[in-house]
Write a new protein. Sequence first.
Length: 529
Amino acid sequence: MELSQGIKKLIEQHKLWKQEAEPKQGDTTIAVDEVAARVASFYEKIRGVVDWREEHLLRKTAIERILKRRVFTRNQGEDFAEPFLQELIRGGHFPNNNIPARKIPEIQQIIAKYLFLLEHAPQDASSRILARLHDWLLGIAAAEIEETLISSRRERALIDFMTESVEQDIVMKNGTALSAEDKHIQVYVAVQRALFKLDDATISYHLFEKLYPFWKNQDQETLGAIAEKIRVLQEKIRGILAHPLAEKLYQLAERYDTPYLLVGDIIMENPDNFFELAQDPIKLEAAMKEAYIVRLGKLRGKMHRAALYGTISVFLSKMLIAFAAEVPFDKYVTHEFNARAIGISVVVPPLLMLLLVTSISTSSEENFQKVMLEVMRVTYATDKRNIHELASPKKKGVIMNAVIYAMYLASFILSFGFLYLILKSFQFSALSSIVFLLFISLITFGGTRIRQRGAELLIGEQKQGFLYSIFDFFTLPLIEVGRWLSRQVARYNILVVLLNFLIEIPFQIFVEFIEHWRSFLKEKKEEVH
């Protein structure tokens, strides 16, 4: 049976990825002291509970955080790529004695490139706009650094394969205006969000490379020209990410990404063997079943860890707010301290998070059979297509819009009103009620996102009954408030700011001191002979 052209390209890219992953003979690697690494790694684990992120973003988030801190504390003209990489290794984000020392100048070049853009960008804007540009560019820099240290050729090849396949299957209807180029870019973005749950900074980096094919090796003159229009470029990329059809395309890509993930898993194991395996559909199905079970096990493990870390993070945050704000306010301002209400407000939010995450349905036998049909379709050369019609959201009349928004407002009033009455019956104070409702909103949003991640192996559109619609009616307001709050928390998280500057800077100085001290002791011991 003839393999599709997309599969053939994918196999070739996996072969190149395997070659790149092999260590080069004679390469000197970056090494850090094991004791200092254990101390730093312990701190990163504690921080992971306080500033909890999804697993696939942990390394990139750490790179961005450490990069921003080092940029903030650097001396003018200072090269800090080597201590920056050492800190990442000590924190357990990369293995010790694994990153080649030749990567140091590459990383320094990347850092210098983005600092050049920041320094030469037009300054005729408010401090808020410039701060957002600073965060945006350093987020993209972190994505480029991660992909320079860990090859993304395999992931990029799978993204290109799925993009090409899905793009052919989408038909625009009802006169929806979308050029071929815009359609390609939007599918490309949707596939990245669906396949690997990439964040906006990483996708923005990939879009940079689309716009500037030689982005990694731009000369200073070209960088100067880019810096002049960097805010225009920022808005252009934001517009791409927030396109009106972006959400629809993401939902479509999410429903059909499982076959591509499984094909990628099997090819990754042995690219040379896939052609032979594909000649026997029974063997291919057995291999797919095995890959599916492995991926399902990893998914369930991620969900359990998300439940654990999410619950602990919520519990600690709620405890902190309860003892720092609610208890003093109730005792000394309103004189209405209620120990039972405080206890409920501390215990219920983490229990809700645990319930939301542990009640996820991740797969079924029927789902696997659907996956296999799609695997066969994308693996072999065939004219059979899975057509998906896509149209822009229909414009509603003024009256219909008014009715819909009135119902939406009613759902807000009913949801929060009902919860407030329950809290009042337990004699919650005004402050405790507000904090509790905000926490419940954050948890409902966070738990819903994790539940969506738990359904990543399910293929096709999932049917939802009438009861689910009723449930949506009452929980959507909580989710929307939670989404808005999560953005504000990410932007103004005081606890994270304190960790970054009041604790992390002196802590890293202490860890570096341990490393230098142990190196000094080692040198002195070697002198004794």
